[in-house]
Structures are given as structure tokens and as C-alpha cells.
Design a protein around this ligand. Structure first.
Ligand code: ATP
Length: 314
């Protein structure tokens, strides 16, 4: 029992979460929720959860996985996201791309409920995230950027916390931890403290934590950053299977080839605005996605003035 955690600890990633007690009184929290698509079989299989038979009627009438309307965010007085509209259909593999500082992490943090928008609305499977954060967030698995976590815990302890904080029974957490550790090939590392993990291993254990409660929607900020190509391929396989069985993935990435090959739809965000949105073919047109990205991002740096760098420093 030495590695069984006991102290409850706050979640650093939720430090900026919306205050649920501040939900507008007009909304009745007991009102019936919109219908949801079934639990994705791939996640159920990977986590030993009971598999729900797909209900075609429910799928036909199910709301979009995500709807953002007029979402804004400013830090201090500086605008980072300007009135973004996005619609992510349920069952899609959705990529958000954009240059550094474009507002991708800010947007994904608002979708995850980690940041509060300045204005606008966010619905997760038809549930208003700002009015019903508890219900909406129960459907989401999150891999935040710049992963902050309780890194003095072992990987197993961390996944235990992820699971029980999501309301799972310890025995279920234990089974799912083993299933996920096998899928992500981190079984040997589970007994070590996360502080000693490499960046890629840390990413994998956090991704396992994002999946442990069988979410319907995965929100992943740069999931492949620092991950080696073999691990990236196996993570992609897990995510593709998750989507093929009804799950929805929204991810940000700087890997244009990866986005082009796996995403069914993409949004290009530049300076806090959505400049292009649609299927990969619609967005890229007759050129490659990378060329289209460069075209939309326009600015880029300049090597002018760096002549001193070309001289020998000895
Ligand atoms: N906590 C913060 N305080 C102040 N400004 C912030 C904060 N977080 C982000 N910003 C600013 O908001 C803008 C959008 O940043 P964001 O991190 O969302 O971009 P990004 O598209 O994810 O960039 P990258 O690809 O480099 O990760 C940037 O101008 C950034 O400097």
C-alpha cells in the first residue's frame, strides 16, 4: 500500500476554472440534458469500461461535440482571442493550427473550462459549459499545454488521482490504469515519480489520465510535442481508434503533415481570429497545408540584422 496516495490535493490545472457557484440563476441545473452519443467502444475497450451499443437514433439527433460562438479572451488589457466561432461535429478528428502566440492554447483552455472567456458561449454536446461546468467537464478529457502536475507522485498515484477525482471507484481506476499503461507503454515507469519522467513519458501519462474516465471529447494541446516517432504512431493509433468508435478529438499541433493526415476538419487561427475552417481539402485548396499555413500566417521573422551571427566567434 506504500504507493497508494491518501492526501487530497488541489488540481493545479483547475486553478483558473470557472466558479460553478457563480452560474447564472436563470439556468435550471436539474433540467434534462441533451442526448449524448454512446461511450466510444475504443475507450471502453482500452479502459475495461462496459461498452454501450451504438444507438443510431441518438447519433442522428446528437448535438455537435463543441460549439463556440463569439468567444473572446483578453489578458490584462491585451486581446488574445477575438470573437471566435467554431463548430466541431461529434465523431470528428479536429485540428487547430496557427503560428506561435495565435491563441490556440487560450482557445483550448477555454474549451476545457480552465480559463473563463471574456464573452461568448461554449457548448459541449449541447451543454452550456459556463452555466453547467460540472456536467460539461465530465464529458471532456484534457491534456493541457505546459503540463503542470503533481510530479512528486508516482505515475500510478497520479492516475489514481485522475480516476477518483473523476468519480471512479479505486478498483476501476486500478484496472484502467493497467490497461492504459499497456496501451501507452509506460507500465515500467508507473512506480517512479513523475518528476523523473522524460518529457515524452510525462505527456503519455497525462494523456492516459485524460482518458481514464472514458470522456466523449478529448481536448489535447500539442499532444505530440516531445514524443518520439514510435510513441507518436502508437498514440495516433489509439486516438484514431477512439474517433473511429465515436469519440471526438480536438487537438492543436504545429505538425502540418500530421494534421493533414489525421484530421477530418481544421481551423487556422492567426492573431486570435479564425482565418480558415473546414475539411483539410477545403482549407488547403490546390496547395499543401503547410503552404496554406504560411500564406495565412503571413508575417514570419526576418534575418536582416543578423550578419554578426555569420562571423566566427573565436
Ligand atoms: N497568462 C497569460 N498572460 C498574459 N498573456 C498571455 C497569457 N497566456 C497567453 N498570453 C498571450 O496570449 C496570446 C495567445 O497565446 P497562446 O498561448 O494562446 O498562443 P498559442 O497559439 O497557443 O501559441 P504557441 O503556438 O506558441 O503555443 C499571446 O500573445 C500570449 O503572449
Amino acid at each position: 500500500m506504500a504507493d497508494e496516495p491518501t492526501p487530497a490535493a488541489p488540481d493545479p490545472a483547475r486553478a483558473d476554472a470557472p466558479d460553478e457557484s457563480a452560474a447564472p440563476a436563470a439556468e435550471d441545473p436539474e433540467a434534462p440534458l441533451p442526448p449524448l452519443p454512446p461511450i466510444p467502444a475504443a475507450v471502453a475497450a482500452a479502459t475495461s469500461a462496459p461498452i454501450e451499443a451504438p444507438d443510431e437514433t441518438a447519433e442522428a439527433t446528437a448535438p455537435d461535440a463543441l460549439r463556440l460562438r463569439g468567444v473572446t479572451k483578453a489578458y490584462g488589457g491585451a486581446d488574445a482571442v477575438y470573437g471566435i466561432d467554431l463548430t466541431v461535429p461529434a465523431g470528428s478528428f479536429y485540428g487547430i493550427v496557427g503560428p506561435n502566440g495565435a491563441g490556440k492554447t487560450t482557445t483550448l483552455s477555454m474549451i476545457s473550462g480552465l480559463l473563463k472567456p471574456g464573452a461568448g458561449s461554449i457548448e459541449v454536446f449541447g451543454i452550456d459549459l459556463l452555466r453547467r461546468p460540472r456536467q460539461a467537464k465530465a464529458l471532456i478529457g484534457v491534456l493541457p499545454d505546459r503540463v503542470r502536475t503533481f510530479d512528486r507522485l508516482t505515475g500510478r498515484q497520479l492516475l489514481y488521482y485522475f480516476g477518483v477525482l473523476r468519480g471512479l471507484k479505486p478498483a476501476v481506476v486500478s484496472t484502467r490504469t493497467d490497461d492504459l499503461a499497456r496501451a501507452f507503454d509506460i507500465g515500467d515507469a508507473l512506480g517512479r515519480v513523475v518528476a523523473d519522467y522524460s518529457a515524452g513519458m510525462r505527456k503519455k501519462v497525462m494523456l492516459a489520465g485524460a482518458l481514464i474516465h472514458s470522456p466523449r471529447l478529448l481536448v489535447l494541446d500539442e499532444p505530440f510535442e516531445a514524443v518520439d516517432p514510435v510513441s507518436a504512431a502508437s498514440i495516433l493509433e489509439i486516438l484514431s481508434s477512439y474517433v473511429a468508435h465515436g469519440g471526438t478529438v480536438v487537438l492543436s499541433s504545429h505538425g502540418m503533415d500530421l494534421v493533414e493526415s489525421v484530421c477530418s476538419r481544421i481551423a487556422v487561427i492567426v492573431s486570435g481570429h479564425v482565418l480558415a475552417e473546414g475539411t483539410v481539402d477545403e482549407v488547403k485548396g490546390e496547395i499543401t497545408l503547410e503552404e496554406r499555413f504560411v500564406e495565412l500566417s503571413a508575417s514570419g521573422g526576418s534575418t536582416e540584422g543578423l550578419e554578426w551571427l555569420h562571423r566566427s566567434s573565436d
